[in-house]
Each structure stands twice: as structure tokens, then as C-alpha cells.
Design a protein around this ligand. Structure first.
Ligand SMILES: [Zn+2]
Length: 249
């Protein structure tokens, strides 16, 4: 399900450390789409498809085991049974999340016109949902085990918080609000305020962790981990190349 602004999420995820699960899963999704779209457009736009194929950063191995050097050496993409086995409830849930995102975007747009925020990353979104099981699921998406499913990434905001009650003190001054009406009379209340913390110099998300790392005071926690990982990898590469040079001498 790669569409409009989510493309940017996927591309943004590629900036994470090479060992990151999120980065690897986003690469898989982008690869699957690239290979499918390239082969589907080939009969209509052969030059464009071939141009894309020649720039693939990997070799494409066909079902019979040889390398397709040209796009027309590959076959029409087949349906992936694993992808199609995604449960109906999950398809339904993610459809609702995308509809909720449309309503969140409307509230963000009003907050932008009201000069509360400039970019959506300057915002924190509050949600309140009367349906307990949905509220629990949304709560889990605020602290997911992988970065790709995080609600704030889906909304392209810096933070999202699920409220237990609309009487919460934190939203008494929230001016920009919206609502997502789901079926069966369920609705989700949406509130927009400015994000907490400061802007990370690397990913531009706002975080309370910015300023808490002495080595990298301008980075958020996620970017700090990525940069430390990259530095460790660079040191490892340097040590390996020095070892190789020493052996060669
Ligand atoms: Zn960051």
C-alpha cells in the first residue's frame, strides 16, 4: 500500500541504519513495487521501463533461474499468495487508518492556516476514541515494535497521543480539532497542538530527547542511535581496511 505521502515515509526510512528492520522492510516494499510497475508498463512504455531496468541496483533472477538483463527477459508479475492472504479485518483496519489520516490532515491544514504550525512535523496529534478495542490498538501503534507502523509516521507528525478522556487537562487549550466518523456510530476525536520538545537536525521531527545526548545534542533518540551505528560501522570498515593493508605489506 504505497501511495502519495507514504512514499516519502518509505524513502525516509531508507535513511535509517542498514541493520534496521524498518529500513529493510521498506526496501522490500519498494523493490516489489519497482519490479511490478517496471514489468507492467513495459508493453506501453518500453523505453522508460528499460531505462529503469538498466538502473536496478541488483540483478533480477527469473523463475527459471537466469538473470534478466533486459526488462523483456522477465515475465509478467504474478500475484503473491502471501501478500493476498492478508486478513480481511486487517485490510479493513488499515482502510480506516487511511480515512482517519485524511481527517487528521484536514485538522492539520486548519492549524497551518491558523499559523499554529508550519510543517506537519511541528504538530502533535491527540486522539480520543470511544471504542475501547480500537483505542487499545491505536495506543499500541503509538509505541510500536517497528518504526514503520508508528501512528505519528503515518500522519507525518512528530507525536501522537491517545487520550482516555476528553476531560484531559492537556487538551483544554487545543483550538484545532476534527472528527472521524466511523461506521456503527463510532467516532474518533482529533486535536492538534504544537509538538513537544525541539527539532532534530537530522530528521526534523520534534522530540523531548533533542539536547539530551552530549555527543550529538541536536539529534533525537532514533537519529542518535543511527549515527552511533554508522560511526561504529565506519570504524569497523576502517579497521578492516587497515588490517587488509597490513596483510598486503
Ligand atoms: Zn531525528
Amino acid at each position: 500500500m504505497v501511495q502519495d505521502s507514504q512514499c516519502m515515509d518509505f524513502i525516509e526510512a531508507l535513511r535509517l541504519g542498514s541493520a534496521s528492520f524498518t529500513r529493510r522492510s521498506c526496501q522490500t516494499v519498494l523493490e516489489a513495487h519497482l519490479l511490478s510497475i517496471g514489468r507492467i508498463i513495459a508493453p506501453i512504455l518500453p523505453h522508460l521501463a528499460e531505462d529503469m531496468w538498466q538502473h536496478l541496483p541488483f540483478q533480477y533472477i527469473t523463475e527459471d533461474g537466469h538473470v534478466a538483463k533486459f526488462v523483456f527477459e522477465s515475465r509478467w508479475p504474478e500475484l503473491d499468495a502471501e501478500h493476498l492472504s492478508f486478513p480481511d479485518e486487517e485490510v479493513d483496519f488499515w482502510g480506516k487508518i487511511l480515512e482517519l489520516r485524511t481527517e487528521v490532515n484536514k485538522a492539520l491544514e486548519v492549524a497551518r492556516s491558523g499559523k499554529l504550525i508550519g510543517s506537519s512535523l511541528e504538530a502533535k496529534v491527540y486522539l480520543h476514541c470511544s471504542n475501547e478495542s480500537l483505542a487499545e490498538r491505536l495506543n499500541k501503534m503509538c509505541e510500536p515494535t517497528n518504526d514503520a507502523d508508528a501512528l505519528h509516521r503515518i500522519f507525518i507528525t512528530s507525536q501522537v497521543e491517545i487520550l482516555n478522556s476528553l476531560q484531559d487537562e492537556r487538551i483544554k487549550d487545543v483550538q484545532y480539532t476534527g472528527e472521524y466518523l466511523m461506521e456503527e456510530g463510532n467516532k474518533i476525536w482529533i486535536g492538534v497542538s504544537r509538538a513537544n520538545g525541539s527539532k532534530c537536525d537530522r530528521c526534523w521531527n520534534y522530540s523531548l530527547q533533542v539536547g539530551s545526548f552530549t555527543e550529538h545534542p541536536l539529534l533525537c533518540g532514533r537519529c542518535h542511535n543511527v549515527v552511533i551505528g554508522l560511526q561504529t560501522r565506519d570504524l569497523d570498515d576502517l579497521a578492516k581496511s587497515e588490517a587488509k593493508e597490513a596483510i598486503a605489506q
